[in-house]
Design a binder for this molecule. Sequence first.
Ligand SMILES: NC(=O)c1ccc[n+]([C@@H]2O[C@H](COP(=O)([O-])OP(=O)(O)OC[C@H]3O[C@@H](n4cnc5c(N)ncnc54)[C@H](O)[C@@H]3O)[C@@H](O)[C@H]2O)c1
Ligand SMILES: [Zn+2]
Length: 396
Amino acid sequence: MPNTPIRQTFSYQQQFTVPFEYPVHFTTDLFNPANTLLTDTIDRLHEHRKHRVIVLIDEGLAQAQPHLADRIDAYLQAFPQQIEIVHQPFLVPGGEPVKKDRSALDQVLNILGDTHYRLCRQSFVLAVGGGSFLDLVGLAAALVHRGLRLVRIPSTVLAQNDSAVGVKNGIDRNDQKNFLGTFAPPFAVLCDADLLATLPDKYWRGGIAEAFKVAIIRDADFFDFLCENARALKQRDTQLMESLIQRCAALHLDHIRLGGDPFETGVARPLDFGHWAAHRIEILSDQTFGHGLAVAVGLAIDTCCAADLGLLTASERDRILQALHEADLPLYTPLLDERNAQGDLRILQGLADFREHLGGNLTLTMPHGIGHQTDIHEMPTAQVEAAIGLLRRFAE
Ligand SMILES: NC(=O)c1ccc[n+]([C@@H]2O[C@H](COP(=O)([O-])OP(=O)(O)OC[C@H]3O[C@@H](n4cnc5c(N)ncnc54)[C@H](O)[C@@H]3O)[C@@H](O)[C@H]2O)c1
Ligand SMILES: [Zn+2]
C-alpha cells in the first residue's frame, strides 16, 4: 500500500424539512351521496383535475355489511366530474392473520400494481377496514411508486381512535410484530361512526383498552370519563363511544404533532404503555387474542408493576383494574403463566423484544400517578411474577 495521506475531499451538510398535513374527520353515513365529505377530501388540494381512485375493502367488514361495496361504488359514481373509479371495490382479507402472511402483501401489491389501472403518485387508494387491514394496505400503498395517496377509512374502534389516525403501517415477520413497515402519513383519515355497527364485541372492547392506555398516562379527566362510563361503553352506547373515539384520537394526534418524535427515531415509545406484554400475548395466543384485548392484559400487568415500583398508589392501581374489569376487559390469561424449558415466563420475551427494538436499552413508559407518565429502564422479573400472581388471584 502506498503511504498516501488520507484526504477529506468534500463534505456537504444536506438538510431540509418536509411539512406533513392531513385532516382527520369524524362523520356518519360517509357513503351517502348527500354527504360530500369524501369527495371534498379527495379534492382538498383543489387541483382542478379528475382524481383516479381505487377502493380496497376489508373482507370481514364487507361480509358483515354486504351492501357496503355497492354503496361505495355508487357513491363514487355519483361524482363523475371529480372521480374516476378504476374498478369496482376490491375485497381483501383483513384481521390479524394477514399481517403474518406475506402472500397478503403480494395480493395487495398485485392489485395496486396492475397496469390496467394506471395508478400514479397522484392517484388515491381508499382503504376501508380494520387496523390490521389498514396496516397491510398502508404498507403496500407506501411502496407502490414510493407512495400513493392513502385515504384511510377505519372500521374498528381501535383503528378510529388509534392506529388509523397515526403515521405508521406494518406487517409482522417471523414472530416479530410490525417488523416490516414504514412511516407514511396518510392523505386523509375519515372515521364513519356507522361503520362500527357490525363490529364484533371483542374488537369493540379492544378499542376501549387503547383509550384506557392513553388516558392512564396522559389525561386524568379522560380516565375519569372512562371509569364513569365503563359499563355503558361495554354495552355499546354509541354516543359515548363517539366521544371516547374522538378524545382518544385527539390524544394520539397531539402526541404525534407535539411529542417531538413523530417518526420514532428516539429510544422511547411513549404511547406503548402495556405493549411489551401485549405483543407477546398476541404471539403466544397465535393471534387469536386480538391486539386490543392483549393491550388490556398488558395494561393490567404494567399497572401492578407501577404500583410495586411506587409509581402508583395501591388505590390508583385498584381503580384502574376495577375500571378495566367493568369494561369487560381481560386482566389475566393463563398464557401469562406459561414457562419455557428453562422455567422462565414466556411473556418475558416481550421485554427482550422491546429492548432489541429500541437498540439494546430498555425504555418502558409507565404511569406516574394517573394522567402522567415516566420512563423506566429496568423491569425486574420478580415484579412481573408478582403482577401475574396478583392478576391471577383477581381473575379467580
Ligand atoms: N399502525 C399503527 O400505528 C397501529 C397502532 C395500533 C394498532 N395497530 C394494529 O392494529 C391491529 C388491530 O386492529 P383492529 O383492532 O382494528 O382489528 P383488525 O383489523 O384485526 O380487525 C378485526 C376483525 O374485524 C373485522 N372487521 C373490521 N371492521 C369490521 C366491522 N365494522 N364489522 C365487522 N367486522 C369488522 C376484520 O375483518 C377482522 O376480522 C393490530 O395488528 C395492531 O398491531 C397499528
Ligand atoms: Zn396498541
